[in-house]
Design a binder for this molecule. Structure first.
Ligand code: GLY
Length: 370
């Protein structure tokens, strides 16, 4: 066996990269394994850091995780920028949730009351106040809720910065496929690797060390992990100057839609939620829904140039909470199951893996399903 690292992170999405970066920063010897880092769900993600806007009333534990991670984001972003020399387009101007009909308005009132009860800062706005903040909103918007503490970031810049930071710290990024966990009884000793495209019979080589499994929805191929793929199709539009000043969300025809503006004029419109297994095809129906719903919120989107459409697979869990921390198998920790919140929860996940945030660790413990 080849003992080159005492921690092996399997998976090079925003979660695995963040975990490897934070561990390496503390002086731990780390290697990261992924045949194509930053190409999965993190590549598709919009990057909303919006714990207030993404929860429902039954998801208070998820809200607590999201808020704890949002609090960590400014320092995480500043340190990552310093370590990588790259800008992340981190912005903190809030999310505006808008409503059209009486039912939507009532839902916003309920959400505002829920947030108020939890002591969280939100502001209820009239339609006119919403348009004053965001002049491109449709005239039919009748009210809104401003979650002023929400932020957002460009996930592609984040993963590029994490890879650059790992390079500077001398962390090896092994561009091979982890084919199996190597065990002695229950204990995990390392991972077997194969070059991308190698046949199933390839004997591979073994990398020994403590394994952190952060392979998103593919984690289930290596261990008994309760994650399933939830497909999201997402669209990137381009305009010469930003159409919006902050993230805008709404429920149109019963489905939620969001628009995330980037500093360079890109506008991300997302996202579908489909349970179709490991299917990453972009479909005409998915695009139609996204554009139709985005146009209801901001009619001007149809004037923009279509830059890209992509689909990613979110790793969903039975209770919508992530799986972070030691598994029952000695030598194996998990960092997966982040569903819609991988980018938001990356700083908290890295901290949990280092034994911080004890009070929140139990919520994410992988052992809750054993
Ligand atoms: N966080 C937004 C999404 O998963 O679509």
């Amino acid at each position: 066996m080849n003992r080159t690292a005492n921690a092996i992170v399997v998976g090079g999405g925003v979660i695995g990269l963040s975990a490897a970066w934070r561990l390496a920063r503390t002086g731990r010897s780390v290697a990261l394994v992924d045949p194509a880092p930053a190409s999965g769900a993190s590549h598709a993600a919009a990057g909303m850091l919006a714990p207030l806007s993404e929860v429902t009333y039954t998801e208070e534990p998820l809200l607590r995780l999201g808020l704890a991670s949002l609090e960590r984001w400014p320092r995480f972003a500043a340190e990552l920028t310093a370590d990588s020399g790259l800008d992340l387009d981190y912005r903190a101007e809030g999310t505006l949730d808008v409503a059209f009909g009486a039912d939507d308005l009532a839902a916003l009132d309920e959400l505002a009351a829920f947030m108020d009860k939890l002591g969280l800062p939100v502001e209820r706005l009239t339609g006119r106040e919403c348009r004053r903040l965001e002049p491109m909103l449709a005239p039919s918007v009748r009210g809104g809720l401003l979650a002023g503490a929400d932020a957002w970031v460009d996930p592609r810049r984040v993963t590029a910065a994490l890879l650059a930071a790992l390079r500077r710290l001398g962390v090896p990024v092994v561009r091979e496929r982890a084919t199996e966990l190597v065990r002695d009884g229950d204990t995990v000793l390392g991972v077997r690797l194969a070059p991308p495209g190698a046949p199933a019979t390839h004997p591979g080589r073994v990398l020994a060390g403590d394994v952190i499994l952060a392979a998103g929805t593919w984690s289930a191929e290596l261990a008994n992990v309760p994650v399933r793929p939830i497909k999201g199709q997402i669209m990137r539009l381009r305009s010469p100057s930003p159409l919006l000043g902050r993230c805008v969300r709404g429920v149109v025809h019963g489905s939620p839609v969001y628009l995330v503006p980037r500093g360079d004029g890109e506008l991300v419109v997302g996202a579908t939620q489909e349970e179709l297994g490991f299917d990453t095809r972009v479909t005409a129906g998915g695009l139609y829904e996204l554009l139709r719903d985005a146009r209801e919120l901001v009619p001007g989107v149809t004037e923009l140039e279509l830059a890209e459409v992509v689909a990613g697979l979110r790793p969903g869990t039975p209770d919508n909470l992530p799986l972070v921390g030691p598994s029952r198998a000695p030598g194996l920790s998990l960092a997966t199951g982040h569903h819609r919140g991988g980018v938001l929860l990356a700083p908290l996940t890295a901290a949990l893996l280092q034994g911080e945030e004890g009070a929140l660790a139990a919520l994410c413990s992988p052992q809750r399903f054993s």
